[in-house]
Design a binder for this molecule. Structure first.
Ligand code: SF4
Length: 236
């Protein structure tokens, strides 16, 4: 069993469990009304989701949305990416910046066509063998395509969890066991895909990177360490 990091050092195991369940429900309920609609969220097609995840890496969703559908009309499969000259592919995604992303996509397509018989792997282990796929993208794909309870921890979701639990965050937090364990304590209450998308959007729209997030609109404010500290007159 996983013990989530407590707001109070004196809270009991069962209190922590109960709180995790309440936070999970509150974030899901908020997401059911506020989740953003992007085309890659309407599908569980592995190809469409993996293309979106590569495009979304360090890039705003709105930027990706501008080219996503046109890209998929031209490139209908990994095989289409594979057979296209690299310069042409890089030109088609140049508006996203990060030119290495085109090389990565091309190399991934080559690997999938040549080594995987054109099938995108359906296990986390298989996904991690793809060029350019690290733990974050592999977890996101398992969660968004296959509804597996894999923690989707990026800079933004870690920020919400850190503030909520009063844990100082650093560059390595998204790879830390502590954050993974807290995320898993939520995911065991079900709906991993909807919960993770809701958390991503809560980070984008409410618990923003600003020093003044919109706590007054937040569905988890009553359990939030940072919010309590601010009400008490201090924030570290
Ligand atoms: S109450 Fe404020 S700081 Fe806490 S999770 Fe919500 S928006 Fe973030």
């Amino acid at each position: 069993m996983i013990r989530i990091t407590a707001v109070s050092e004196t809270s009991s195991f069962s209190e922590d469990e109960e709180k995790a369940g309440k936070i999970h429900s509150a974030i899901l309920a908020w997401g059911s009304k506020n989740i953003r609609k992007f085309p890659w969220r309407n599908t569980d097609d592995p190809y469409r989701v993996i293309v979106a995840e590569i495009m979304l890496h360090r890039t705003k969703a709105e930027q990706v949305e501008r080219i996503y559908e046109d890209f998929l009309k031209k490139y209908r499969s990994m095989h289409d990416i594979y057979k296209t000259p690299l310069d042409e592919l890089m030109g088609d995604i140049s508006s996203l910046g990060l030119s290495w992303r085109g090389r990565l996509m091309h190399e991934m397509a080559r690997y999938i066509v040549e080594e995987c018989d054109s099938q995108i792997p359906s296990s986390k282990e298989g996904l991690l063998k793809l060029p350019g796929v690290g733990p974050y993208i592999a977890s996101a794909l398992m969660c968004f395509i296959y509804e597996k309870p894999e923690p989707v921890l990026d800079t933004n979701t870690v920020r919400v969890i850190g503030r909520l639990h009063g844990i100082r965050i650093s560059d390595s937090s998204r790879r830390s066991k502590k954050f993974e364990s807290i995320m898993r304590s939520y995911l065991k209450y079900g709906c991993p895909r909807d919960f993770s998308l809701s958390l991503i959007d809560l980070a984008a729209l409410v618990c923003t990177s600003s020093e003044s997030p919109h706590c007054e609109m937040c569905p988890v404010g009553e359990w939030c360490c940072r919010c309590r500290k601010m009400e008490g007159g201090g924030i570290t």
